[in-house]
Design a protein around this ligand. Structure first.
Ligand SMILES: *Cc1c(COP(=O)(O)O)cnc(C)c1O
Length: 470
């Protein structure tokens, strides 16, 4: 006996009909977002979650009604007044790649199930690693996000530089292992160190300068101090575009220290890697080609839907160190194995993430995407300029990319931190803009990541006006 609803859900003709309707609905949504006809967000109280999305699975719900509700309750990254976290407005064209990948449902772990995904991954990794000036020996993969990419790279770093076989003997098979990173690094680095069994003391924090960039002199001093304590540092994690302020660490100098000390250099370019597409912006990444591994999220400052992250190694073979393990039933030993990406990825089943970005790069072209990145960086400058010209706002620092931290001068005697939070919440509640905040050295600042190339100077002026009147 077959279930009638299940049969309908399987039916290609229903898919065709419903699919056309969903695409129409999405295109209307994109048009409304682009013309600012719908709010940026619809702040809803978390207490109402189970009422809005009940655990009612008796079946029979109208799929279009659910799609409509999904759109109505979601934050709208395609609205040019979305100026909050680092989520892009994905190219609608690229999102079609997600749909096609979902329908095909190959798996990236083994070649036979992912002939296309594997090929796209290879081509993209090659192109992007070359953009990063990585050597001929480099090789990469596309994985599910920067967090997983960094964990994977650091597993390879650990195996390569621990001085003992960590995969076989465990993290406690030798001296206590550690990594060094600036006090501004994304939390995924410390999390990776903890997962690898380094303990809390295994993430050594290196002081940053007044512009929140890692200090190479402090790095050298911390390496010496760690060794004197009996720790064995294996890697340095530098940032190319920190999450809080968009700061770029001095990679040349850090690479010098790593070369001298025999440490693995991992560069977290999740946010800032896209500067490599622009000859004008690429100098921000000077030295990145000397890294042992680099992470670059293509779902941050490039307009692709999550998740699609490049993990590139300077020596492609290093990738095998991350998971020094054999799964005979999937990966026949003795094979070159290169086309079975699962030997080097944390994920087993993995959607064909690379197809989405391949579609974008192949159709728009790297040069078209360059103009997207340059526009985002330019928007950072525009907002900074408007803040500078105003009498009542101030910058935390001059932005290096599309992340701008600033604040409104509070009325006499008022607490600045509470003031920023109050006006931010009021503006977000209106649905007109979406802005976030961050704490820098104990002080609260408003934070904008300008992720939508369609944002205009007028939008930014309106943002300051909205914050002011709040
Ligand atoms: C977003 C971000 C990450 C985490 O990447 P995910 O793709 O969200 O897992 C890591 N580092 C930096 C600098 C980031 O901005």
């Amino acid at each position: 006996m077959t279930d009638e609803r299940l049969s309908a859900a399987r039916d290609p003709e229903q898919f065709r009909e419903l699919g056309h309707e969903v695409i129409d609905r999405l295109a209307d949504h994109l048009t409304a977002a682009g013309t600012r006809a719908i709010p940026v967000s619809h702040p809803l109280d978390p207490s109402g979650m189970s009422e809005r999305w009940p655990a009612d699975f008796r079946g029979g719900a109208d799929p279009l009604a659910l799609v409509n509700q999904m759109l109505a309750e979601s934050t709208v990254t395609h609205q040019p007044r979305y100026v909050g976290h680092q989520l892009p407005a994905p190219l609608p064209l690229a999102t079609l790649g997600s749909l096609v990948s979902a329908v095909v449902n190959g798996s990236g772990a083994i070649y036979e199930l992912s002939q296309v995904g594997g090929a796209c991954e290879l081509a993209l990794s090659k192109h992007l690693a070359a953009r990063l000036c990585m050597p001929e020996t480099s090789g990469g993969m596309i994985v599910s996000g920067g967090t997983i990419a960094t964990l994977t790279a650091l597993l390879a770093a650990r195996q390569a530089r621990a001085g003992f076989d960590v995969w076989r003997d465990g993290a406690h098979g030798g001296p206590p292992l550690a990594l060094l990173t600036s006090d501004q690094t994304h939390y995924s680095t410390a999390r990776a160190a903890q997962i690898m069994g380094f303990g809390q003391g295994g993430t050594i924090s290196v002081a940053s300068d007044e512009r929140f960039r890692m200090r190479p002199d402090a790095l050298s001093a911390e390496i010496t101090a760690a060794r004197a304590r009996g720790q064995h540092p294996v890697a340095v994690v530098a940032s190319a575009g920190t999450t809080a302020t968009g700061a770029f660490d001095p990679l040349e100098q850090i690479a010098d220290v790593c070369a001298e000390e025999g440490l693995w250099l991992h560069v977290d370019a999740a946010h800032g890697g896209s500067a490599a597409l622009s000859p004008k912006l690429a100098p921000q990444l000077a030295g990145i080609g000397r890294a042992d591994s680099v992470v670059w999220d293509l779902h941050k400052t490039l307009p692709f839907p999550a998740l699609v992250s490049l993990l590139a190694y300077a020596r492609a073979r290093d990738a095998y160190g991350a998971f020094a393990q054999q799964a005979e039933y999937l990966f026949r030993t003795g094979d070159a194995g290169d086309e079975n990406m699962g030997t080097r990825t944390l994920e087993c089943t993995r959607p064909m993430l690379s197809f989405v970005a391949y579609l974008g790069f192949a159709t728009v072209g790297a040069d078209g995407l360059r103009t997207h990145v340059e526009r985002l960086w330019e928007l950072g400058q525009e907002l900074a300029g408007l803040v500078r010209e105003s009498d009542d706002f101030e910058l935390a620092l001059e932005p290096e990319c599309n992340i701008v931290c600033f604040r409104h001068r509070p009325p006499e005697g008022a607490d600045s931190d509470a003031h920023q939070e109050r006006i931010r919440i009021a503006v977000n509640a209106s649905g007109e803009f979406y802005v976030v905040q961050t704490k820098l050295r104990g002080v609260t600042w408003l934070r904008c990541a300008l992720m939508n190339a369609a944002t205009t100077r007028d939008d930014l002026l309106a943002l300051l006006a909205a914050l002011r009147s709040a």
